[in-house]
Design a protein around this ligand. Sequence first.
Ligand SMILES: C[C@H](O)CC(=O)SCCNC(=O)CCNC(=O)[C@H](O)C(C)(C)COP(=O)(O)OP(=O)(O)OC[C@H]1O[C@@H](n2cnc3c(N)ncnc32)[C@H](O)[C@@H]1OP(=O)(O)O
Length: 726
Amino acid sequence: MAKNMRVTMEVGSDGVAVIKFSNPPVNALAPPILGGLKEKYVEAMNRNDVKAIVLTGEGGRFSGGFDINVFQTVHQTGDISALPDVSVDLVVNTIEDAKKPSVAAIEGLALGGGLELTMGCHARIATPKVQLGLPELTLGVIPGFGGTQRLPRLVGLPKAVEMMLFSKTIISEEGKTFGLIDAVVSKEELLTVARCWALDIAERRKPWISSLHRMDKLGSLSEARQIIKVARQQVKKTAPNMPQHQACLDVIEEGVVFGGYSGVLKETKVFNELVVSDTSRGLVHFFFAQRAISKVPNVTDVGLKPRPMKKVAVIGGGLMGSGIATAFILSNISVVLKEINPEYLQKGIKTIEANLRGLVARGKMTQDKVEKALSMLKGVLDYSDFKHVDMVIEAVVENIPLKQSIFSELEKVCSPNCILATNTSTIDLNIIGEKTTSQDRIVGAHFFSPAHVMPLLEIVRTEKTSAQVILDLMAVGKTIKKVPVVVGNCTGFAVNRTFFPYSQGAHILLNLGVDVFRIDRAISNFGMPMGPFQLQDLAGYGVAMAVGKEFATAFPDRTFRTPLVQLLLKDGRNGKNNGKGYYIYEKGSKPKPDPTVLPIIKESMRLTNIMPGGKPVSLSDQEIVEMIMFPVVNEACRVMDEGYVVRASDLDVASVLGMSFPSYRGGIVFWADSVGAAHIYKSLKKWSEIYGSFFRPSKFLEERATKGIPLGAPASTSQVAPKSRL
Ligand SMILES: C[C@H](O)CC(=O)SCCNC(=O)CCNC(=O)[C@H](O)C(C)(C)COP(=O)(O)OP(=O)(O)OC[C@H]1O[C@@H](n2cnc3c(N)ncnc32)[C@H](O)[C@@H]1OP(=O)(O)O
């Protein structure tokens, strides 16, 4: 067994064997731990001085589930023999059907295989606020240690289906209400109560319950089928491109119809099929990519500690500023919101109130928390409150002289340790800080709209930003429940820069004669929440124009100039803002394609005149997706090559959380590697010859494609080291 992994057994004079396992930090159930458990159980069964067993995890956490690293091994080798037989051999035969009863003593969390082990026990005792759940579907698999069968039998089918399909965790108190947990006790009492409970079962003072054989919570067959049918329809809409949701329902249904043991057998079979699916490969990669993001060389590994952040100031109460302020007050951090006049300030505060009301309406927060959050907010019209803030985030319009004068002012009014952040999405940070002597504390805090909802926070550093400032912003980012990704300072930073060809490619296709609504449909079917034109409607055309200008200046060789947005504006269209864009927006109904936009598109096609031979091109849906996504991959290659991200997988996380790229495809770079660099390179090369330099493959892509090196492989695998900006 690896050095830090341990399974121990201590037998008390009361006849209870406490089997404890340890694999920090989350007691993941690695194969050696599972093997160790089996060994200790066999020993406990054979010893005459053992009457009952208490199963527990060390270090304040029961278990975060089966070791996800094993999935990665399976993905790399394609060999599922690395998966131990746990469900039948350990959980059914060794624990649940044993001649001596087991009680699980649960602290901290019991997730996935961790919770499934506890459900094989004959009772579960937990400390308060323990997180309980079966999040396996987020990894592209289903619960595989019998969870699909035992959870419905313990909490009833509706709750079990909700917990599994939506990977929803509950806390021990709720678990007690639903019957998953038998008693909630303090940390100090946990082992004592669990021991007594185990003895009570052994001596028949308490019922000896095997979850798999229970029927009382399942309801009638027809009720169960109806619940499963409704769930099937629901996930058809919410998870259309993923196989694990329907598969999970199939397995649950098997158990309801043919009994728990049949269900367990089918569960193993389906689990083994799903674990090698592309979806599981993508989601497992995404899981580890999200963890890797918090490791930033020379920032998180040099012994620095984040400084506390109690109060921040936000300058500008527009859409972004008010969203940012909302995110902070929701996490109990005081906000001073500054505007230039009472009217704008009121507007900003009203937007914050509306943001909070929206969260209440969507069941994301309770009404009583609204007042508490608002009490953390102070609106101001001058800088007098800025003396005591730990960080300022500037979120005014994208105007260089205005930002420069604000930063000069901030240098005077804030304390010398105060972090000076900007939410700019396009302007070079060195230019913003040019008129100050505080470049070491100037940093980008690029939120995505709506800032209180979107999870990504791009932390933009210049060559001069100090490691301490980056670390502080990473820490406060986590406090406000964002996922911070540290990137370098270039036009569009990592996310907008990588995705600028997304809308460009779509506009090229449109001008090549591909139907606008078909483009959107193909991209939605690929897994984006909406197509590029609906997204443009949503963001507003002002944004499209402003951003387009920035990129045209920075990357003129690969910017496609189209008159379409101007033509749309001329026609009185401004997207969702005024209810009229490529789509028609009416309150209470879904956006409807607007056929009257077609003549405007025709006019754009006439003006750009890029159709070869003057005829619309004919493309399959797959080609549409590729002609839009491959240029994005190409730009991602440049971002990596120029050293604007720490590692390729940071772009995967950023693409999923900032652009809603489907997580089950693993993120933009991971997806590109699953398609193959060679195919992407060849396609881009071909298109660049037909349609021009927008499609020209980058050097990085060319090199990796020709040498057969995956795009996501670290720089050391390539002969040319990237120029690090980080
Ligand atoms: C057969 C079975 O049905 C299949 C399964 O059980 S699949 C596993 C199901 N379990 C899960 O999906 C839970 C996954 N883990 C989590 O959600 C979170 O890590 C957690 C809630 C347990 C803890 O969160 P948090 O305290 O923020 O710590 P977090 O940074 O995420 O993780 C700490 C470390 O533990 C690792 N880890 C967490 N869960 C793990 C697991 N199940 N296997 C392997 N490693 C795991 C992380 O990779 C990270 O490693 P690192 O420090 O080297 O980056």
